[in-house]
Design a protein around this ligand. Structure first.
Ligand code: F6R
Length: 615
């Protein structure tokens, strides 16, 4: 939540920061701001609205020169979206300026103390409290900025990635992190600061990702100083060579990132299994599993923690693991798991799934599980993310950057990876026959081509979207492996089109939701041939008798459902266990087209942010 960008060097900071903020807008987009240092002054421009509104404002105000600057795109936590609550925030003297991604939980107590010391506040934010705390520390002890930041951070509870600038030390920026990501790009006589590497990828491939409780004093024409926040010791950070390229973070001819990412799924899935799946030799290679095979084979249960779409992938995995590897699996919302008293011990494995690798609740759930002695395995997309570092072992999905706020390729690549793990464990445990194992490997390798085929028939989905775009409610039904897909389809629709949608196991319909069905209710049913086909047909009959509008995802050539449904979307046949990777594609497309037809901001839906780094 919130994206931060900073620059110190020889380029026009304003242009670079605005471009960078646009790339980070997926992290939050209710307001934006920039502080530029020029001619001994800090010039702050901020606005409720998008980064493009900020751009217009700084051009109009001619506030766009300077080669040192800090920028921010916000997802409001404390204080409504407004010009005043937007970052950057200045200290009372006007000497210090800060940008912050995170939450200062004890800000109210600190604020009260500062008010008693005659500090005043313009905004409702926790961040303005932090910058004034730093100023108070500075004044108290005559400290330099770095030391003052460090002392102040030792007094706060919460999460932060911050960058602070002091007009009295105009050749440096101090940055620090705890719980929110912070990357430093190292150029020639220039430094870049950002929530991820996308704002600086065209300028440098060298980056340092700060770990929790680390800070850096970035100095122009000098090396940066890296220091631990808690104990003052200096350290040498790990310089990472970035593999990201600029094409990966641009739209590549698509109107929206979401559509680009939907269409990238065949390649993303191939990238997930590349180097891991060898169908000819019948081998699945996964170092993260092999190195800890005993733990997996002897686990009394696997608990999967995740949020949102990743939680839906976890539900699919529950079916897959139990079916193939016969290991009991429990799936938990990370946000619930972290606050109950779960029964977890060193005999358990906890798998954490997260596209961003930064989700605060998932991170907290991991810490709780580790505290209880469990072995924690992470499944993340973003390389070097907090979750990938916090877990004992893990595997990346390698889906490439997912920028559209609605998760698409993250879901199918997570399922791919989880299927590989389940197959590997099943083979090791002997819970799958050789022929069945081989059949699954062969089928898995065909999934990208089958998705290509589904994508080619996108026009069918667009026509259905046109008919139902004005509906106020939708139901999504599926059974077995495709019940979580129904949940995911409903989530996709509601988050980007704001149409109310519910996902249900098809058989549960008659225990309540059936009361909602009338001639105005579109119901999307996953009715593929393998697994519960007859049962699903009965459910469709029940809907039909209540005059619901039936949209079915069926296998090619299906005649029975075609007779009953108002609309069908055909997909190629596959094994039931692998079908969620195919059935989910038309549902992604349906929600995309409806949202576009309704004129919604598909990539940046209201109230949402791509990585949820607050509770
Ligand atoms: C839905 C969506 C969210 C995320 C959730 C978890 O389309 O994007 O529900 O799935 O916030 O995010 P990660 O996977 O980054 O932990």
């Amino acid at each position: 939540m919130c994206g931060i960008v900073g620059y110190i060097g020889h380029r026009n900071a304003s242009e670079l920061i605005i471009k960078g903020l646009k790339r980070l807008e997926y992290r939050g987009y209710d307001s934006a701001g920039i502080a530029l240092f020029n001619e001994s002054q800090i010039k702050v421009t901020k606005i409720k609205g998008k980064v493009s509104d900020l751009e217009t404002k700084i051009i109009r105000k001619k506030n766009n020169s300077g080669s040192i600057g800090l920028g921010h795109t916000r997802w409001a936590t404390h204080g409504v979206p407004s010009d005043i609550n937007s970052h950057p925030h200045l200290s009372n003297s006007g000497d210090l300026v800060i940008i912050h991604n995170g939450i200062i939980e004890n800000y109210a107590a600190i604020k009260e103390e500062l008010v008693n010391r005659n500090f005043s506040f313009k905004s409702d934010t926790d961040t303005e409290v932090l910058v004034n705390l730093i100023e108070a520390v500075q004044k108290n002890g005559n400290y330099k900025l770095g030391k003052a930041v460090q002392i102040a951070l030792n007094q706060v509870i919460g999460a932060y990635a911050i960058a602070v600038f002091d007009i009295k030390k105009p050749n440096e920026i101090v940055v620090a992190r705890l719980g929110s990501p912070l990357a430093i790009g190292i150029g020639k006589n220039e430094f870049f600061i950002a929530s991820d590497a996308s704002p600086f990828i065209e300028y440098t491939n060298n980056a340092i990702y700060l770990e929790d409780e680390e800070m850096a004093i970035i100095r122009l024409h000098k090396d940066a100083i890296y220091r631990k926040i808690k104990n003052d010791s200096l350290f040498d950070p790990y310089l990472q060579e970035l593999k990201l390229n600029i094409e990966q973070i641009e739209k590549g001819g698509y109107e929206h990132f979401m559509m680009k990412e939907i269409f990238e799924q065949p390649k993303a899935i191939e990238d997930t299994y590349r180097g891991r799946l060898n169908v000819d030799k019948g081998i699945i290679k996964m170092a993260g599993i092999e190195d800890h095979l005993d733990k997996f084979l002897n686990a009394q249960k696997i608990t999967i923690v995740a949020c949102g779409t990743s939680w839906h992938a976890a539900l699919v995995a529950e079916y897959i693991f139990e079916d193939l590897a016969r290991i009991p699996v429990e799936v938990e919302y990370a946000s619930e798991f972290r606050y109950r008293n779960p029964i977890i011990s060193d005999k358990d494995i906890v798998v954490a799934i997260s596209q961003s690798g930064e989700t605060a609740d998932t991170l907290a759930a991991i810490k709780l599980a580790k505290g209880n002695g469990a072995f924690v395995f992470g499944i993340c997309n973003v390389v070097g993310s907090s979750i990938s570092r916090e877990t004992d072992a893990g595997a990346y999905t390698h889906a490439g950057p997912e920028i559209g706020v609605a998760s698409t390729k993250a879901f199918t690549t997570q399922i791919t990876l989880l299927t590989l793990i389940a197959l590997k464990l099943a083979k090791e445990k002997g819970t799958i026959s050789n022929s069945n194992y081989k059949r699954h490997l062969v089928e898995l390798e065909t999934i990208p081509n089958k998705i290509e085929k589904v994508l080619r028939s996108d026009s069918v989905t667009r026509e259905i979207a046109q008919i139902y775009k004005d509906a106020s409610n939708f139901l999504y039904l599926g059974r077995g492996f495709n019940f979580p897909v129904a949940l995911e389809g409903a989530l996709k629709l509601k988050e980007i089109s704001y149409i109310h949608a519910e996902g249900y196991p098809a058989a549960e319909m008659k225990h309540g939701p059936i009361a909602l069905i009338d001639e105005n209710m579109p119901i999307v049913v996953i009715a593929t041939k393998f697994g519960h086909y007859e049962k699903i047909i009965s459910n469709i009959q029940e809907i039909k008798s209540r005059k619901g509008k039936i949209i079915c995802v069926v296998n090619e050539g299906d005649k029975i459902v075609k007779e009953l449904a108002d609309h069908i979307i055909e997909i190629p046949e596959s094994l039931e266990l692998l079908s969620p990777m195919l059935t989910t594609i038309p549902l992604q497309l349906l929600s995309y087209h409806i949202a576009v037809m309704l004129g919604k901001n598909v990539d940046q839906p209201r109230n949402l942010a791509k990585s949820v780094t607050v509770e």
